[in-house]
Design a binder for this molecule. Structure first.
Ligand code: UDP
Ligand code: MG
Length: 318
């Protein structure tokens, strides 16, 4: 069996109702794709079951029986979307790999356009959400803020409003596979890898079935992962802030000494002392917290545990 040209990798967590419609629609789009010489493009759909507790796995089995080009890896528990994507990239066979969500918020019809860009020589073709009307205003605002903070702090810029829906050339996939880190903020890894990148715009739809797995706390955690893995600027901020405060304190100390020499000692100054102590205490705790964030991540990295554990493969004859 020869490797398929195109692999579509789909992380799924508790998406029993979404599997069948996904395979129908995406399979239809993929069947319509052609090689430049007019022959049908070969493809595979690889689901990564990220510890689903509902009938997702049964739905995948059914889809695989109906079409063996659909296959899956089932992880031993919920490892999170980024880990599931890593599993998909590690096992996809295609010359080009497309991660996509199962909820069809990202229209698969865009794949044709991505393919054209890839053939024109781009190694990464990411989808840009034209307008995010389907996301709530707070979600759009926090996303905006995040992209800005990330790109300000990190030298590997991530394209704004590009999600995980993108086409990756085999070369890029091999680079991602070489990255050993446990903290897998995918957009950051893609940005770091470089290559010729291009974007195609699309309108993001409403979620078709089921509901979102990401609440604000999860997104905040993802944001912390993203920034701490891409940048060490947050560690450096405290050195500069510390230097600035020390400088101000020095000037103030000189002022106090001179005043005492001229006017003698007085006991006033309680409020200013309290303010200085509390402010510095706060700054120190905050900087300790930032240190802690990085040290915690170093701990996770040095343990060198696997990023995901596969419980079952759904492929071949079953
Ligand atoms: N997902 C996953 N593991 C998780 C959470 C989500 O594999 O722990 C999958 C989910 O099934 C879906 C994709 O990641 O295919 C995107 O999730 P969702 O649509 O909930 O995110 P949103 O679009 O709201 O950001
Ligand atoms: Mg979604």
């Amino acid at each position: 069996m020869t490797a398929p040209r195109l692999s579509v990798i789909v992380p799924v967590k508790d998406e029993e109702a979404a599997i069948a419609p996904f395979v129908t629609r995406v399979g239809g789009v993929l069947d319509g794709l052609r090689e430049p010489d007019g022959t049908p493009l070969s493809w595979e759909i690889l689901f990564i079951d990220d510890g689903s507790k509902d009938a997702t796995l049964a739905a995948i089995h059914a889809a695989h029986r109906a079409d063996p080009r659909v296959w899956a890896l089932s992880l031993s528990r919920n490892f999170g979307k980024e880990a599931a994507l890593s599993a998909g990239l590690d096992h996809a066979l295609g010359d080009a790999v497309i991660p996509i969500d199962v909820d069809m918020q990202d229209p698969p019809e865009v794949i044709g356009e991505m393919l054209d860009r890839w053939r024109a020589g781009c190694e990464v073709v990411y989808g840009i959400r034209r307008d995010r009307q389907t996301d709530s205003l707070p979600k759009r605002m926090t996303a905006d803020l995040y992209y800005r903070a990330h790109n300000w702090l990190s030298s590997d810029k991530i394209p704004e409003h590009a999600g995980d829906f993108r086409l990756l050339d085999r070369k890029v996939v091999e680079v991602i596979k070489l990255m050993p880190e446990r903290n897998r903020f995918m957009k950051g890894l893609f940005a770091w890898s470089g290559f010729r990148q291009a974007g195609v715009e699309y309108d993001r739809a409403e979620r078709q079935v089921g509901r979102t797995k990401f609440n604000y706390w999860k997104l905040w955690t993802l944001a912390l992962d993203g920034i701490t893995s891409a940048s060490t600027v947050p560690l450096r901020i405290w050195s500069y802030l510390g230097a600035m405060i020390a400088l101000v304190a020095l000037v103030y100390a000189a002022f106090v000494v001179i005043r005492t020499v001229i006017y003698g000692a007085d006991v006033a100054g309680y409020p200013s002392m309290m303010v200085a102590i509390l402010f510095l205490g706060g700054v120190q705790l905050l900087s300790l917290g930032v240190l802690g964030e990085y040290i915690g991540r170093i701990l996770v990295e040095v343990k060198r545990r696997p990023i995901y554990v596969i419980r079952e493969r759904i492929e071949g004859q079953d």
